[in-house]
Design a protein. Structure first.
Length: 69
C-alpha cells in the first residue's frame, strides 16, 4: 500500500509543489538511465518505479487543473 500513501501525499500538495516534485523525479529518472547505460545501476526496478511515480504526479496535476477550470 505504499503507492496509496504516495498518492495521498501528492493530493495534499499544491500545483507548484507538484511541479517541483515532477522535475525532481524526471532528473532522478535521467540519472538512473545514465547509470543503467554505464552498467553502474544495481537496482534496475527503480527505473520502473520512478516512471510510475512520474505518471502519478502528472495525473494529480491534471486532476487539479480540471477542478480549477
Amino acid at each position: 500500500m505504499k503507492s496509496k500513501k504516495f498518492n495521498d501525499d501528492l493530493r495534499a500538495l499544491s500545483v507548484t509543489e507538484l511541479n517541483e516534485e515532477l522535475v525532481s523525479a524526471k532528473k532522478e529518472l535521467f540519472n538512473l538511465r545514465f547509470q543503467n547505460a554505464t552498467n553502474q545501476l544495481d537496482n534496475t526496478s527503480r527505473i520502473k518505479e520512478v516512471r510510475k511515480n512520474i505518471a502519478r504526479i502528472q495525473t494529480v496535476i491534471a486532476a487539479k487543473a480540471n477542478v480549477t477550470e
